[in-house]
Design a protein around this ligand. Structure first.
Ligand code: NDP
Ligand SMILES: O=C(O)C1=N[C@H](C(=O)O)C[C@H](O)C1
Length: 229
């Protein structure tokens, strides 16, 4: 596939380019703050930049008439308004966490949140020291899943790729539900799944859970990508 990346020189941008190139995918548009390269027309744009960068991604999607994958966190109401507008005519996949383990953690929390309703609850998220936003996008997303008010502690240290722990405790016990990314590959694998899903859609707003539900094995085999599963 031919794709473009906004945030191409960033940590995730470089990881995605490396992973996608192992499938023969071609990055034909690169965009950063002072960098723009256009080698061909992309079939989709991938945004791992900043809320400001996302505005540029939306403009690029209109220019190339192609879909958008958004991994950027710290999005504002205005960001979601722009994505909602775009999704009326083109497909958009947005997620604050493209790892499949995090989708499973969300399912676990959905299944058990009711049983923990009388327990205290708090969250800790730990990321590398260069991360700009706090709390992380994933922490905000998990808070929505848990459906209650809780405190989130954010730690920024070293090169940690991303750790999220939800703690339930009462006077006598503690239950912790944790996810830890062991490398950025955990995210880029999900981004490529989302890209293959996006290419089958004409328009609409989708989450990564929609991608996981909608990935059709037969269609994947037809495209020769069954090694992804
Ligand atoms: N959803 C998910 O699964 C994941 C999400 N993320 C999120 O992805 C985003 C990027 O993370 P990461 O790669 O670590 O960050 P980096 O700071 O390493 O990279 C960000 C990149 O975006 C570029 N950028 C920033 N603003 C603009 C703009 N206005 N226009 C064009 N380019 C811009 C920067 O360009 P320049 O260098 O020129 O400033 C840089 O290359 C963050 O929001 C992070 O939270 C990260 C990992 C997983
Ligand atoms: O900035 C990061 O690195 C990450 N950001 C995402 C977030 O804010 O939740 C996802 C992941 O934890 C890595």
């Amino acid at each position: 596939m031919k794709y473009g990346i906004v945030g191409s020189k960033g940590k995730m941008g470089r990881e995605i380019m490396e992973y996608f190139s192992s499938f023969g995918d071609e990055c034909v548009v690169e965009k950063d703050v002072d960098h723009f390269v256009e080698r061909d027309v992309p079939q989709l744009i991938i945004d791992f930049s900043s809320p400001q960068g996302l505005k540029e991604s939306v403009e690029l999607c209109r220019k190339y008439n192609c879909g958008l994958i958004v991994g950027t966190t710290g999005l504002t109401d205005e960001s979601f308004r722009l994505l909602g507008e775009l999704s009326k005519t083109l497909p958009v996949v947005q997620s604050y966490n493209f790892s499949s383990g995090m989708s499973i953690m969300k399912e676990i929390l959905k299944a058990f949140r009711e049983q923990f309703k009388d327990w205290d609850c708090a969250m800790i998220e730990i990321h590398h020291s260069q991360k700009k936003d706090a709390p992380s996008g994933t922490a905000k997303m998990l808070k929505e899943v848990i459906q209650r008010d809780l405190s989130i502690s954010s730690i920024r240290v070293g090169g940690i790729f991303g750790e999220h722990t939800v703690i339930f405790s009462n006077a006598g016990e503690v239950v912790e539900i944790s996810h830890r990314a062991l490398s950025r590959r955990a995210f880029s694998i999900g981004v490529r799944r989302a890209a293959l899903f996006l290419l089958t859609k004409e328009k609409g707003f989708f989450t990564y859970e929609d991608v996981l539900k909608g990935v059709d094995k037969a269609a994947e085999e037809l495209r020769g990508i069954s090694e992804l599963l």
